[in-house]
Design a protein. Structure first.
Ligand SMILES: Nc1ncnc2c1ncn2[C@@H]1O[C@H](COP(=O)(O)OP(=O)(O)OP(=O)(O)O)[C@@H](O)[C@H]1O
Ligand SMILES: [Mg+2]
Length: 214
């Protein structure tokens, strides 16, 4: 499975998402995380800690890719329209993280419009850095996305201070000591599970389709 994480807006949790999904998938099968951001933020992150999965930069990715079952690709913010086409063509699932605020949702709309123009349906939106209740940002953003008929992960990533600490330590959130680390990891686990379950359903449906065809 090849999963790419992208967005037009910066700072919406792309790197955090790519990193934790790679950590989740790597518990099930060999996973490679490709740093496709010229800032090399994942590589910097990886250099600080001891990671259970491998991280490489995009220039050497081809060399490593064949040895892995899953590949997760982190990308830079604001890819050009043409970049987006290449990103969508090159993966099984494009994850679009967004924070639940007006600016990020506006940027997301641009991304989704561009993807629709490209005729790709293999994207799914992930709400990130969702503030705790009684703030209603998460709920309202979810309603707006549902109204627009867009595919959104059921799971969402809540706002926790543990992520910043994890980034500084160069580790995924479940490998650090922080009061909310466990809850933070539960959120990404739920996203990972949703991805895996959907892939299984998709594979089963394709197989059934192929058999019906015979
Ligand atoms: N769920 C969260 N709760 C709290 N802080 C978070 C959460 N997710 C990410 N952060 C923090 O927000 C900041 C931006 O996150 P991240 O680097 O993952 O975003 P990005 O989309 O990759 O940014 P860029 O566009 O610059 O590459 C980081 O400091 C990160 O630790
Ligand atoms: Mg990033």
């Amino acid at each position: 499975m090849i999963i790419t994480v992208a967005s037009f807006k910066g700072g919406v949790g792309k790197t955090t998402t790519a990193f934790h999904i790679a950590a989740y998938l790597n518990e099930q099968a060999k996973t490679l995380l490709i740093d496709g951001d010229p800032n090399r933020s994942v590589l910097g992150w990886a250099a600080r800690g001891e990671l259970p999965f491998k991280v490489v930069d995009e220039r050497s990715a081809a060399m490593h890719a064949r040895q892995y079952d899953h590949i997760v690709i982190d990308t830079e913010a604001r890819p050009e329209y043409e970049d987006l086409k290449a990103l969508a063509d090159g993966c099984d699932l494009l994850i679009l993280p967004t924070t639940p605020d007006a600016l990020a949702l506006d940027a997301l709309k641009l991304t989704v419009d561009a993807l629709k123009k490209l005729g790709t349906a293999k994207f799914k939106i992930l709400l990130t850095v969702v503030p705790p209740r009684p703030e209603k940002d998460g709920e309202e953003a979810r309603e707006a996305l549902a109204e627009a008929g867009l595919p959104v992960f059921k799971a969402e990533i809540r706002r926790f201070s543990a992520y910043k600490k994890a980034a500084l330590s160069g580790l995924p959130v479940h490998k650090i000591k922080a009061s909310n680390a466990k809850e933070a990891w539960e959120d990404y686990k739920a996203v990972g599970k949703e991805i895996v379950d959907e892939q299984v359903q998709f594979a089963t449906a394709s197989k059934a389709g192929a058999i019906a065809h015979i």
